[in-house]
Ligand binder design. Structure first.
Ligand code: GLN
Length: 490
């Protein structure tokens, strides 16, 4: 048996049956990271000692029959999630030496459920990007072909799962950063409904859009992780009190009823987006057929404000970011430039040296959009567009259970190809941004390959708090399509 092939579910089973120990599994994955991650660059920090201590404790818990849903299972975390005692850089030089005093709520939940935290993964600085090229530490490569990006901003997490360095990972999604790298790396990525998962201890990029979610080898594992991380948290006033169902039931539902009775909407505006790659079109078209064969009725729907989504998002997200990132001033956290004339000069020098290009661009755009003379023209208008986008979705969900779409207009691009062209980079987010603007859940499930052998996913977006339908349809789809090359050789 190959340890690195194990999913969360299969590892759970073997651990409980005492066929594998967590120390064996964790050691095998740490060795694999040591051997191959130099090529991929998915981790910023791997804390071997701590991971092995947690694994040892998990083995003891298993021996004592004190078993939770993640006991002994190695999970990687995007380095935007605070981990007590472990460096949390956010991919930025400004937090180079930042060691949090506390665990994010979801980290605490993972630990309470017995997980082994295997390491912290690379990302675009403060989650701003679509390629994981904006990190101050390294560029992550796509495990399927190392000349290509893994997508972003949770590219480190998606690459770590695809390269089988961990059983699963967590990412964050503000405008697609879980779903898009999952699609480019051939793994499953789920962005939950806004409020489903506590953001306490997630370093904010754009607070009204950010959500934490699982990146996994299959849909069932996404359900297992979502069960653990969901729920209200008194430390996050935006976390919801809506009941958390047992998401594993989504899998049973498919087994019992297939997808009969479900309706999927295909937005007509998405099909006329310029420049959709022919391989993406084909995979999307074939995916629709598979779902139909499983009993899904497919309908055309309309999301009339689609053409404004990218513009509105790239006002709202930088505006919130400019406010959120004001706290990194060299006084409270991380890096400080010591050679400065006075306090103001220290702020200036710290921010100039601590932040990378893309982050500075966003802070400037956001500050401008929020400034007194321009607020109404930019932030105010973008907020109104956001309301219209929400209304589009509410109407659309009157006619369907979920919306089917591509994840990105093209498969992964080459490292360096778009880095000097922010607009082209922003436009690649066209299909993922809306779910964040509307606060609804979305899942990316592997659906095929490009002519160059790069993975392509499909996206399903659901009604608020209806992750269940996405998991049910996603599981059914995954089980039926049975992709041959599930993971890359590295
Ligand atoms: N690519 C988008 C951006 O750069 C989304 C990033 C994200 O979801 N964190 O803002």
């Amino acid at each position: 048996m190959e340890y690195h092939e194990l999913t969360v579910e299969s590892a759970q089973k073997l651990l409980c049956e005492h066929k594998v120990s967590s120390v064996e599994l964790t050691t095998a994955l740490l060795d694999r990271i040591e051997k191959y991650d130099e090529k991929i660059g998915s981790f910023i920090t791997v804390d071997k000692k701590r991971a092995l201590e947690q694994a040892k404790k998990a083995d003891q818990d298993i021996a004592d029959n004190n078993i939770f849903s993640l006991t002994g299972i190695p999970i990687a975390l995007k380095d935007l999630l605070c981990t007590k005692g472990i460096k949390t850089t956010c991919g930025s030089k400004i937090l180079d030496n930042f060691i949090p005093e506390y665990d994010a709520t979801i980290v605490k939940k993972l630990k309470d459920n017995g997980a082994v935290i295997i390491g912290k993964t690379n990302l675009d600085e403060f989650a701003m990007g679509s390629s994981t090229e904006n990190s101050a530490y390294k560029i992550t490569a796509n495990p399927w072909n190392q000349e290509y990006v893994p997508g972003g901003s949770s590219g480190g997490s998606a690459a770590a799962v695809a390269a089988r360095f961990c059983c699963a990972a967590l990412g964050t999604d503000t405008g697609g950063s879980i779903r898009q790298p999952a699609s480019h790396c051939g793994v499953v990525g789920l962005k939950p409904t806004y409020g489903r998962v506590s953001r306490y201890g997630l370093v904010s990029y754009a607070s009204s859009l950010d959500q934490i979610g699982p990146i996994t080898k299959n849909v069932k594992d996404a359900a297992i992780l979502l069960n653990v991380i969901s729920g209200n948290d008194k430390n996050d006033s935006t976390s919801s009190r809506v009941d958390v169902p047992d998401f594993n039931l989504a899998i049973d539902l498919f087994e019992k009823k297939s997808l009969k009775g479900m309706t999927a909407g295909i937005p007509k505006e998405y099909l006329s987006v310029d420049g959709i790659d022919p391989d993406v079109k084909k995979v999307f078209h074939d995916a629709g057929k598979i779902l139909e064969d499983l009993g899904v009725e497919i309908k055309e729907i309309s999301l009339p404000h689609t053409e404004y989504v990218v513009a509105a998002y790239y006002i709202i997200a930088p505006s919130e970011a400019s406010s959120n990132l004001a706290r990194f001033d060299g006084v409270k956290y991380g890096f400080r430039e010591k050679r400065a004339d006075d306090l103001i000069d220290m702020y200036k020098q710290t921010k100039s040296k601590g932040f990378g290009m893309e982050v500075k661009r966003r802070i400037m755009i956001g500050t401008y959009a929020l400034s007194a003379g321009y607020y109404d023209a930019y932030y105010g208008r973008a907020s109104k567009v956001r309301t219209l986008i929400m209304e589009d979705f509410s109407k659309a969900f009157g006619a369907c259970d979920f919306i089917l779409s591509p994840v990105a207009p093209a498969p992964a691009f080459k490292i360096g190809e778009n880095i000097d062209d922010p607009l082209t980079m922003y436009l690649t987010d066209i299909f993922t941004l809306s779910a964040n603007m509307a606060g609804i859940p979305g899942i990316s499930v592997p659906a095929g390959y490009s002519s160059k052998g790069l993975p392509i996913g499909i996206q399903m977006m659901g009604k608020k708090f209806d992750e269940m339908s996405l998991l049910r349809a996603g599981h059914g789809f995954e089980k039926t399509i049975q992709l041959d090359k599930r993971f890359p050789k590295i």
